[in-house]
Design a binder for this molecule. Structure first.
Ligand code: SAH
Length: 251
């Protein structure tokens, strides 16, 4: 079984490709795929780039060209639900495209001709991902105190499970995030890729799971220091999470 690991940002996979055994780099569809083995598991690491179409293209390549049989997505997201703070982690249980709207022909958010607005995460894969994510949050040595204070990370960083909303928009206004909360009250986080990958995996009958580190609150403060946050917090946690996840997967 080959596992595809998708990340939106280069900082999240930096250095991981080199740690694979028997690694080869294949360029395809304008992307680099690191194909190799880790702890005896076949893996392909790839960067999706940003947005739903870029993510769907990458997921389709992982499936059709590299034959992966499950896909895990790591990335950052804006916190939507009031309980979700910067530094927390959200594991997706379901995914919705918040900008899908073919109403009045189809209900708002419904993906036309699928008869559904939400695509599920695979429960088993999500369980392993949550276990790895919790291990990362419990590792107090990973992010030092100065960095925690700098980004206002409250302790403990918490793990949430729930709906993740994706759309082709960086949500960075209080009014916009309030509107999203009103239309999707259970949504924990907003980002730009996971629901697209979930749909591709649904089409192919593949297991999918996604985890998001909360980089901002999707409001007027999102995000002064986005790049620094990815570099100093989210990237470090994402790499640790992938390293913790792979040994949990059945070979
Ligand atoms: N400054 C970055 C921009 C990244 S866009 C750059 O130049 O590379 C935001 C990325 O983080 C997307 O991949 C998206 O999935 C996620 N994300 C984080 N916060 C978000 C928010 N508030 N709204 C939408 N996407 C968000």
């Amino acid at each position: 079984m080959t596992t595809g690991i998708l990340s939106a940002m280069a900082q999240e996979q930096a250095g991981l490709g080199e740690r694979l055994d028997e690694v080869r780099i294949e360029r395809y569809a304008g992307r680099e795929f690191h194909v190799g083995r880790w702890h005896g598991r076949e893996v392909v690491l790839a960067l999706s780039r940003i947005g739903k179409v870029a993510a769907a293209t990458t997921a389709a390549a992982l499936i059709e060209r590299f034959g992966v049989s499950r896909i895990v997505f790591t990335g950052v997201a804006g916190g939507l639900h009031p309980s979700v703070r910067v530094g927390d982690t959200v594991v997706g249980t379901e995914f919705v495209q918040h900008d899908m709207d073919a109403s009045p022909i189809f209900p708002r958010h419904e993906v036309p001709l699928y008869g559904r607005s939400r695509f599920p995460a695979d429960a088993e894969l999500t369980g392993w991902l949550a276990q790895a994510a919790q291990a990362v949050l419990d590792d107090s040595d990973l992010i030092d105190e100065t960095t925690r204070q700098r980004f206002g990370l409250l302790q403990p960083q918490r793990l949430h499970h729930g709906l993740i909303a994706s759309g082709d928009r960086f949500v960075s206004g209080a009014a916009e995030s309030a509107a999203l909360r009103a239309s999707l009250p259970e949504a924990m986080a907003v980002e730009m890729e996971a629901a697209a990958v979930a749909q591709v995996c649904f089409d192919h009958g593949l297991a999918f799971a996604a985890v998001r580190n909360i980089s901002d609150r999707a409001d007027d403060t999102a995000h002064v220091d986005f790049d620094a946050y990815i570099q100093e917090v989210a990237g470090i946690q994402a790499r640790a999470l992938i390293a913790a996840l792979l040994p949990l997967l059945p070979p």
